[in-house]
Every structure is written in C-alpha cells, then in structure tokens.
Design a protein around this ligand. Structure first.
Ligand code: CMP
Length: 216
C-alpha cells in the first residue's frame, strides 16, 4: 500500500460544509475514508431526517453499497470542510485483501456500528421522550463520551439528539433542562457534560420503576 501523502494525492477529495456526498437510494460505486472533518449519515424516515451517525477522522462509510451491491442505504453530508479518500470497489477490495491490519480495523468499526445499531433498536422500544433522552445520553457517555475535567463530555447538541431520537427539539430541550436542574447534566460549549454516569443509571432505574407503577 502506498504511503499517506501518495494516497491523498491519488484518492483525496475535498468537500465543503453542507456538501451532499450522496443520497439514500443513489447508486454507489465508491467508499470514503475520512482524513479530516465530519460527515453526517442520515435517513429520511416518516417525514423527518434521522441521524444514524456522526463520523470523523479514521471513520469510513459508503462500503455497504460496494459489498451488498445495493443502492445507498443512507445519505452522507459534510458537516464541516472534509477531506476523504474516495476509493472505487476494486481499490477498496485490493486494500482489504492485501492488508490484514486494514481488514481488522474495518471489522472493528463494523462491530462498533452494530453495537450502536443494537442500541438504537433498544431505544425504539422505549416510548417516553424523557426516558429516551436519558437513555441515549447514558449510552453515548459510555460508547463515545470523552473524559473531560469533572466528568464525561458528549459532543452533541439538542438538534442532533432530536434528529437521532426522532423527537422534536422542544421535547429534547425540556428533558435536558430537567436533567440540568437535577445536576445530572451540564451544558457546555462543546456538548453535554455528565458529572457521574452512574447517576444517570440510577435516574433511568427510577424512571423505569415510575413507568411500571403507572402501568399498574
Ligand atoms: P452505503 O449504504 O453505501 O451508503 C450509506 C452509508 O452509510 C453506508 O454505506 C454505511 O457506510 C453508512 N451507514 C449506514 N447505516 C449506518 C449506521 N447505522 N451507522 C453508521 N453508518 C451507517
């Protein structure tokens, strides 16, 4: 495999903020490896955009159409100026078959994606909006949170959470305000800080018990 500057020279492409890389349903002949920037993967479900993933440097996407020979399963949009290696099917397959390390990294990322998808399925079984927000923050803290100062930082926002959860922004805002009042969450410029993830677990248990009591 060629070195990084040669790969960038040959396969690198720049995408400005808001560039649509492809749309759900398009034919797909290339996959993308993000070098810098951010790309959002979303689907349009029942009249609203639902965010499946927010990807950054080291992440890849667009491989499914190449492997499944199916149209694009989701839409990809650059959320900030982004540089990605854009590989056609033959180059992608040659890369995997010639380099076990790359193949292993691909499997690790796919396993992580499956874990996130399983989380989404669990989430769909949770009906109440407040419950969904708390559940998602807890999962995000555990899976993608970054230790920072006095807690775990989840780099997300109210609009992103609303898109991810299929809720209105107002519903998410109300939930977050409630969590802030209970000092379970702190809003920061870079996302939400969770001082103690364990306390979110306790709060979820409390919501579960309350819901069960209401059902009885
Ligand atoms: P493809 O179907 O070619 O185009 C859309 C891409 O979005 C898909 O390949 C995957 O790379 C990516 N993708 C689809 N679903 C998810 C998901 N749940 N999480 C992260 N990425 C996804």
């Amino acid at each position: 495999m060629q070195d990084q500057p040669a790969l960038l020279e040959r396969f690198g492409r720049h995408f400005p903020t808001d560039a649509l890389l492809f749309r759900e349903g398009d034919l797909g002949r290339e996959m993308y490896l993000i070098q810098s920037g951010r790309v959002q993967i979303s689907r349009f479900i029942q009249g609203r955009t639902s965010v499946l993933a927010d990807l950054g440097p080291g992440d890849f996407f667009g491989e499914m159409a190449l492997l499944n020979h199916r149209p694009r399963s989701a839409t990809a949009m650059a959320m900030e100026p982004t540089i990605a290696l854009v590989l056609d099917a033959d180059t992608f397959k040659a890369m995997i078959t010639s380099n076990a390390e790359i193949a292993l990294r691909l499997l690790e990322k796919l396993a992580h994606r499956l874990e996130m998808a399983n989380t989404q399925i669990e989430l769909l079984l949770v009906q109440d909006a407040n419950h969904r927000v708390v559940y998602t923050l807890r999962k995000m803290a555990e899976l993608t949170g970054k230790p920072q100062g006095a807690g775990i930082l989840i780099p997300t926002s109210v609009p992103e959470l609303a898109g991810r959860l299929g809720l209105d922004e107002d519903q998410v805002r109300t939930s977050i305000l409630r969590l802030q009042e209970a000092r379970l969450v702190r809003a920061t410029a870079n996302g939400f800080l969770i001082p103690e993830v364990g306390k979110l677990h306790e709060y979820l248990d409390f919501l579960d018990i309350r819901r069960r009591n209401e059902q009885e």
